[in-house]
Design a protein around this ligand. Structure first.
Ligand SMILES: [Zn+2]
Length: 226
């Protein structure tokens, strides 16, 4: 069963850093392993209290970008790279470094392809080499292909280092999303919804912080989804 922990606005507004670390219970949130020095990261952006009379660009008085982190053991950490390498970009770990290089290469490749399209549209007159735009686009696309190919190879290698038949990520990656409030949020109004399959972990975490917890089958949670 999936449980939904409702994290109130108070917890987000009182944050002193860019990270909301849910380090209790101190065991892996995916397989319950007691040693969990790594984490699963979810980047979030909480907005509330919309400024009136700004119909074109919506501006909010409360505008907070932060990451929610859940504890992971080393094996689940490595396994989660296969699912979502992007979420590793801020990590101070060797896999975090790989994710940053990967993300930089994707940006460079997209930039090169964009230059190719600009040349194709003839906005900047460059007539020195025929079909220059095509070579530039192919370079960008080729670089993207190399990056994605390398990611697939790396995931394959990581998968082979995981303990074989006796290892199975027990629970999937949590689903986390933030609310957007047009009004001023009451301290107890839910700002972040955390959906997690590890029931014992979720219950202990919610109990410690005194946060609301529901089953995703409950009528109130279903009502929220509408
Ligand atoms: Zn684990």
């Amino acid at each position: 069963m999936t449980l939904q922990v409702s994290i109130p606005a108070k917890a987000i507004l009182e944050l002193n850093s860019q990270i909301l670390e849910l380090d209790f219970p101190a065991r892996c949130s995916r397989c319950n392993m007691p040693n969990a020095p790594f984490f699963e990261t979810h980047p979030l952006h909480y907005r509330a209290d919309l400024m009136p009379n700004r119909n074109v660009a919506h501006r909010y008085r409360i505008n907070r970008s932060f990451s929610l982190r859940l504890p992971l053991c080393e094996t689940c950490y490595r396994a989660s790279f296969i699912e979502d390498p992007e979420s590793f970009s801020a990590d101070a770990t060797p896999l975090g470094k790989v994710a940053r290089v990967r993300s930089a290469c994707i940006k460079i490749a997209a930039g090169i392809a964009l230059v190719g399209f600009i040349l194709l549209m003839d906005i900047v007159p460059v007539n020195t080499i025929p079909f220059l735009w095509l070579y530039v686009i192919l370079t960008g696309v080729g670089l993207l292909g190399i990056v994605f190919g390398a990611t697939v190879l790396m995931s394959k290698r990581l998968r082979s280092t995981l303990p074989g038949s006796d290892y199975n990520i027990r629970y999937p990656r949590a689903i986390v999303y933030e609310a957007i409030e047009t009004g001023k949020p009451a301290p107890n109004k839910t700002a972040v919804f955390l959906r997690i399959r590890n029931e014992t972990w979720a219950r202990e975490c919610a109990e410690k912080h005194q946060w609301k917890i529901d089953s995703t089958d409950s009528p109130s949670v279903k009502e929220n989804e509408k």
